[in-house]
Design a protein around this ligand. Structure first.
Ligand code: ACO
Length: 338
């Protein structure tokens, strides 16, 4: 009898493991003291309101795909896989090298991952966790074996460097993970994802799409730069991450006491403190690196995951919670058993 082309999907779902992580940040450090010379601000204001001390800025000619590929190489090395083994590349980004081809296709070319299908995923700062969930669905359903998931952003390219409300907050970077089925292993237990398009205008870039195309007038009006309502974003960040974390824990049948580490979106130390308070989890359980990198958008949680992994913060069997929010509004949380 002829086998149905979808027969493989009738196999039972399987747990998906993170078998390698990697990250990359550019060499150039931009300190708060340097920002004092760009806009009317102070190291004291930035540190006390956000916790950020410095951030990394991509070199001229260094694009999102370059940072993404460096992070991917490190993840592949840790996972012990070659570029040819990758079946799918998903890049979460809002700063693609080009509108098309996708950044994932640029990464494919750099890595020589000639067997991969490639696409970008737009969920702003939630892009990495959204991509993890998409990858996990493909692997669980036996469509693909090995997926490269990347969160990468070059927000320095869309920041208005004259706007002190935003330019002090962001940095550039990339984080990556290799996801695979590993027999008898732990992995991504559950992911909760949600969005609310009604809050789209609290954090957005109005220009550059078909609604407000790139014209000289639009660029002169800085419509191709990031706009943010800081107070509303702060409020929504705490509410949405709190709700996503609670839902993911419920779905996993776990409580906050079961968690050994929380990797939150790295936007602002005060947001992380408020989240810790809301979830009643001691702050020491949160992995924080925003003091060194600022908010790197889709890369933030991926860089933090790689850092915590390489620092040996996870033991086999540990429950880890990742939780993010971003423009859209988008938010998500994953529970992973290491
Ligand atoms: N230096 C000095 N003063 C500043 C600066 C600065 N860099 N930026 C703003 N101010 C001023 C404001 O102009 C305002 O002055 P005013 O009272 O005279 O109008 C004053 O500081 C206070 O402004 P607030 O908005 O009340 O400051 P707040 O304590 O809320 O902190 C901040 C502002 C840090 C932006 C905070 O609201 C925040 O972190 N919001 C969330 C931002 C965020 O997470 N964004 C990204 C999330 S999603 C993604 O990652 C893409």
């Amino acid at each position: 009898m002829k086998k149905s082309p979808r027969a493989r999907h009738s196999q039972p779902n399987r747990t998906v493991s993170i078998v390698g992580t990697g990250s990359y940040v550019p060499e150039k450090i931009l300190t708060n003291a340097e920002l004092e010379r760009l806009v009317e601000t102070s190291d004291e204001w930035i540190t006390s309101r956000t916790g950020i001390r410095e951030r990394r800025i991509a070199a001229p000619g260094e694009h999102t795909s370059h940072m993404a590929a460096r992070a991917a190489e490190r993840a592949m090395e840790q996972a012990g896989i070659t570029a040819e083994q990758i079946d799918l590349i998903i890049v979460g980004t809002v700063t693609p090298d080009t509108a098309f081809p996708s950044t994932a296709c640029h990464v494919q070319r750099i890595l020589g991952a000639k067997n991969a299908a490639c696409f970008d995923l737009s969920a702003a700062c939630s892009g990495f966790l959204y991509a993890v969930e998409v990858a996990q669905q493909f692997i669980a359903n036996h469509t693909y074996e090995t997926v490269l998931v990347i969160g990468a952003d070059k927000l320095s390219s869309i920041v208005d460097w004259g706007d002190r409300n935003t330019c002090v907050l962001f940095g550039d970077g990339a984080g990556a993970a290799i996801l695979r089925y590993r027999a008898g292993s732990h992995g991504v237990i559950t992911t909760f994802m949600a969005s609310d398009g009604n809050f789209g205008d609290i954090l957005h870039m109005p220009g550059g799409g078909c609604a407000i195309p790139i014209t000289k007038d639009n660029v002169d009006e800085k419509l191709n730069t990031l706009k943010m309502n800081g107070r509303e974003t702060f409020k929504q960040a705490v509410l949405s991450m709190g709700s996503a974390a609670t839902k993911a824990l419920e779905q996993a049948g776990l409580t906050t006491d079961d968690l050994t580490c929380i990797i939150p979106h790295q936007a602002n130390m005060r947001i992380i403190e408020a989240l810790a308070d809301r979830l009643e989890i001691p702050l020491e359980k949160f992995h924080v690196n925003l003091d060194r990198y600022g908010n790197t958008s889709a890369a933030a949680v991926a860089i933090a995951l790689d850092e915590a992994n390489r620092e040996g913060r996870f033991k086999v069997g540990d429950y880890i919670l990742l939780v993010v929010f971003g423009g859209g509004l988008t938010y998500a949380s994953s529970v992973i058993q290491w």
